[in-house]
Design a protein around this ligand. Structure first.
Ligand SMILES: [Zn+2]
Ligand SMILES: [Zn+2]
Length: 147
């Protein structure tokens, strides 16, 4: 991970007047280091050794703050298991059916789809999400070992 991204993110927090607590710093650093789109629970488990007094609620609160200043994107999946993405540039996701891993890939944003949707439905379209599902390389390996 580039120190630069962390420093930039911290600058953004400072400019937004957000207090940088050690926990907030750790949550941000963890997100920037991990490209796996963790859940709040996973972040909590990864950091609880370092911050024994921290609760899952604290992690959630910190994620909310980071989301509000635009450093983190929340990906909801219709259940309680939101995942958090610190890659806020335009990108799409592939999701493993087996382990739930999310991997980024880049593709030119499908602006024409948004335009068509606006035309057809009369919606004022804000954004779209595209997710491609399948079996990740790790799970494919496990699958072939079994046979
Ligand atoms: Zn998998
Ligand atoms: Zn992503």
């Amino acid at each position: 991970m580039s120190e630069k991204r962390l420093n930039q993110a911290i600058e953004t927090l400072k400019e937004s007047g957000v207090r940088i607590t050690p926990q907030r710093h750790a949550v941000l650093e963890y997100l920037l280091n991990s490209m796996v789109h963790p859940t709040a629970d996973e972040i909590y488990k990864a950091l609880e050794g370092k911050f024994p007094n921290m609760s899952v609620a604290t992690v959630y609160n910190n994620l909310k703050v980071l989301r509000e200043v635009g450093l983190v994107r929340e990906l909801t999946y219709g259940d309680s298991s939101s995942r958090f993405d610190c890659n806020t540039s335009d990108h799409y996701h592939t999701i493993c059916n087996n382990c739930g891993k999310i991997v980024d890939f880049h593709y030119p944003p499908l602006n024409e789809v948004e335009a068509l949707a606006e035309q057809v439905t009369g919606f004022d379209v804000s954004h779209h999400r595209l997710e491609v599902y399948g079996t990740c390389p790790d799970c494919q390996k496990v699958g072939t070992k079994k046979h």
